[in-house]
Each structure stands twice: as structure tokens, then as C-alpha cells.
Design a protein around this ligand. Structure first.
Ligand code: COS
Length: 385
């Protein structure tokens, strides 16, 4: 049975992550957001803490933690800054976990130690200009060469694409085979024909690097393939099982941050001769936020427990991701309401929480895709085909 009591180790990990978020992330988050700066110093600190490979086995340079403990770390980082949390989620869940699960010993030893410390960053090249929710329908092509593959195509909305040393690139090897023709390649980003450019003007996640990737006849050897030809879609979906968990855990952090900021503000701010915390309509907003944070956390912990127990968890991960991301948007919006005009400027974290939360209902599967996955599990009917 799932146990809500944290172990001594989990409590310690959470306290350490909380102190790290308050001491290293919160003091720089506003400036990074304003400057649209991808903070490489902070990335280094995340690596030094072991937060970029916490679920990776120790023999590959990770911390060998379980998912529940990883979720505690991600929650705290997410409370501090969703841009920093995106680094943790992409690096750990999409990149490292894919290499650890699907890679050969050679690939694991080549990439994981550097990725876990943050010496190298990775990115996850699935989405394309014309391929979002319909992830199997990729235009990027991989064609055989003597001893390897040539890859050509475009990738869009790729977190850390400008800083990554390795890109997981998903490509179609045989369009006639649909999703069974996909393959995933580990592409060093200094390979000829690979280029990345920045995407600016985002509503939120302004401290996060977002790129468009271009691959023009990028040649890689046979050993660059992660898994076999035809495994690409499964690599992507298994990565998203981990990535969606991580996004959900980060959104628990946003929900909790909204509660903390709103309680503190409501107790200080006085109107009509009383702290606004004394007004029932303000308490209602805070109570709704508390319920959202608790419920989101419980769903994340359940998904983590299922992962740690080796049980199927795709549906439960989608439930956690759907609920936590929508709850984060709701809570951030309500937190601004509690803060009044002060919540509309960046003296308080709540307007950033709203801008940063907004993308979480889009990336790593929209809320609508999560509902279709949940609906299929409930009814046995696939509404996606
Ligand atoms: N892990 C491993 N394999 C999986 C899997 C998982 N979680 N989910 C599905 N698969 C496998 C299935 O077993 C099936 O294998 P076979 O071909 O051997 O039968 C194959 O993948 C295809 O499965 P299916 O047709 O059922 O596809 P899905 O319903 O899983 O996928 C959706 C369809 C729309 C759900 C999927 O494309 C999706 O999640 N889209 C959103 C993509 C997304 O999140 N993009 C954002 C990226 S931002 S980083």
C-alpha cells in the first residue's frame, strides 16, 4: 500500500531541496525572468546537487533515488522557478532516463556521467513544426548510409536546444511503417549539419532556453541509435511517462508556492481595518488553493509509488499531469486575485507562476491528450484513431 509517511532520507532530501530553492533559486529568479536569461551558473549548481540525474543508477553517475524522492526535489525546484525545473525535468526524465532505459552500455557510459553532473546538457527532439500531439507522424527522415544514418528535418519548441551537447532526435526510417518505423538517435550537437536557433517572445518560462533545431543531412554512425529501428515511438512514450510525472511534480511546487505567497500576503495586507485573511471570500480562494496543492501532490505521489513498484502507470501519470498542471494555472490565477494589484507585477512570484504554469498544460502532452489517454483507459475505446 502507498504510505504517505516520508522516510528519514526523503525528509532530508526534501529539506535540502527546499533550502537550495530558497537559497540559490529564489534570489535570482526574477532577474533571470526579466532578462530572459538561461542561467548556466544555476544549471551548474543543480548538477552539483545531483538534481540532474537523481533517478539514474549510481554506477552511471546518478543518485539512484526512487521516483517519490525525485518528485520531492522537483516540487521544491518548481516552487522556486519553473525554468530551472524544466532543466531538471528535461535532463533527468526525457534525456537521462531514455538513455538509461534504452541505451547500450557504451551509450550509457559515454553520456550519463556527464549529463548527471550537468557538464553536458541534453535535449529531446520529438516535436516538429507540423507534429505536436500526433507524435508518431514525424517529417524528420533518417536514411541509411554506409555504416550509419543521414538525418534531415526540423524540430520545434526544444528546451535547452541551444545549450545541449547531445540531442535525442526522433526520425522516420520508413514512412510506410508509421509509428513502427520511428527510430531515436543520440546526435552530438556539434555534428556537421546540426544547428539550433532561439525562440523568443514566450509568455512564460523566460529563463528557459527554447530552440528550433535544424538537421541538414546530419550523419551519425549505427551506434548512435537508441534502441532498435522501430523502437522510436516507445522510447518517446516511455520518456514522456517520466517527463509528465516531472512536470506534474513541478506544478505541485507552483500550487504550494501560490498557497505560501497568498497566506503570507493575506495576513499582512489590511483593508477595512483587518488583515484580508479575515475575509471569507479571501479564505475561500486560499482554501481552494490548499485543496488543489494537496490533491495534486497525492496524485503525483501515487504515480511515483506505481513507478517505484514497477506497476503500469501511464494512465495514473496522465491523471497527475492533467490535474497538477490545471491546478497550477487555477492556483496562480487565484493567487494574483488575493494579491490584488500587487500580484500583477513581479515584486511577488504569483504573476510569474501564472505565466510559467500556462505552458505546462501544453507541453509533454496537452490537457486534451491526457484526457484522451484517461478516457481510453476508462472506456476501452480509443478516440485518437
Ligand atoms: N511506453 C512504452 N511504449 C508505449 C507507451 C509507453 N508509455 N505507450 C504506448 N506505447 C507503445 C504501444 O505499446 C504501441 O506499441 P505497438 O506498436 O507495439 O503496438 C505503440 O506505442 C503505439 O501505441 P498507441 O497507438 O496506443 O499510441 P498511443 O495512444 O500511446 O499514443 C498519443 C498516441 C496521442 C497518446 C501519443 O502520440 C501522445 O502522447 N501524443 C502527445 C505527444 C506529446 O506529449 N508531445 C509533447 C512532447 S513535448 S517533449
Amino acid at each position: 500500500m502507498i504510505d504517505f509517511e516520508l522516510t528519514d532520507e526523503q525528509r532530508l532530501v526534501r529539506e535540502t531541496a527546499r533550502d537550495f530553492a530558497d537559497g540559490e533559486i529564489v534570489p535570482v529568479v526574477r532577474d533571470n525572468d526579466r532578462a530572459e536569461r538561461f542561467d548556466t551558473e544555476l544549471v551548474k549548481k543543480l548538477g552539483d546537487m545531483g538534481y540532474l540525474g537523481s533517478i539514474v543508477a549510481e554506477e552511471y553517475g546518478g543518485r539512484g533515488l526512487d521516483y517519490r524522492t525525485y518528485g520531492l526535489i522537483v516540487e521544491e525546484v518548481g516552487r522556486g522557478d519553473s525554468s530551472a525545473r524544466t532543466v531538471v525535468s528535461v535532463q533527468t526524465s526525457l534525456v537521462c532516463s531514455s538513455i538509461e532505459r534504452w541505451g547500450t552500455e557504451g551509450q550509457k557510459h559515454e553520456w550519463l556521467p556527464r549529463l548527471c553532473t550537468g557538464e553536458a546538457l541534453g535535449c529531446f527532439g520529438l516535436t516538429e513544426p507540423n507534429t505536436g500531439s500526433d507524435a508518431a507522424n514525424l517529417s524528420t527522415r533518417a536514411t541509411r548510409t554506409d555504416g550509419g544514418w543521414s538525418i534531415s528535418g526540423q524540430k520545434q519548441w526544444i528546451s535547452m536546444g541551444n545549450y545541449a551537447k547531445v540531442a535525442l532526435v526522433f526520425a522516420q526510417t520508413d514512412p510506410g511503417k508509421a509509428h513502427r518505423g520511428l527510430a531515436c538517435f543520440l546526435v552530438p550537437t556539434d555534428t556537421d549539419g546540426f544547428s539550433a536557433s532561439s525562440i523568443h517572445g514566450k509568455l512564460g518560462l523566460r529563463g528557459s532556453d527554447t530552440a528550433e533545431l535544424s538537421l541538414d543531412a546530419v550523419e551519425v554512425p549505427e551506434e548512435a541509435m537508441l534502441g532498435e529501428v522501430g523502437d522510436g515511438f516507445k522510447v518517446a512514450m516511455s520518456a514522456l511517462d517520466s517527463g509528465r510525472f516531472s512536470v506534474a511534480a513541478g506544478c505541485v511546487g507552483i500550487c504550494q508556492g501560490c498557497v505560501d505567497a497568498s497566506v503570507s500576503y493575506a495576513k499582512e495586507r489590511e483593508q477595512f481595518g483587518r488583515p484580508i485573511a479575515a475575509f471569507q471570500l479571501v479564505q475561500e480562494m486560499i482554501a481552494d488553493m490548499v485543496v488543489d496543492a494537496d490533491a495534486a501532490r497525492a496524485l503525483v505521489w501515487r504515480a511515483g509509488w506505481l513507478k517505484d513498484s514497477g506497476k503500469p502507470n501511464t494512465t495514473e501519470t496522465s491523471i497527475a499531469k492533467l490535474f497538477a498542471t490545471e491546478a497550477a494555472v487555477r492556483s496562480a490565477n487565484a493567487a494574483i486575485q488575493v494579491h490584488g494589484g500587487s500580484g500583477y507585477v513581479d515584486d511577488y512570484p504569483v504573476e510569474r507562476y501564472l505565466r510559467d504554469a500556462r505552458v505546462t498544460t501544453l507541453y509533454e502532452g496537452t490537457s486534451q491528450i491526457q484526457k484522451l489517454i484517461i478516457g481510453r483507459a476508462a472506456t476501452g475505446v480509443n478516440a485518437m484513431t
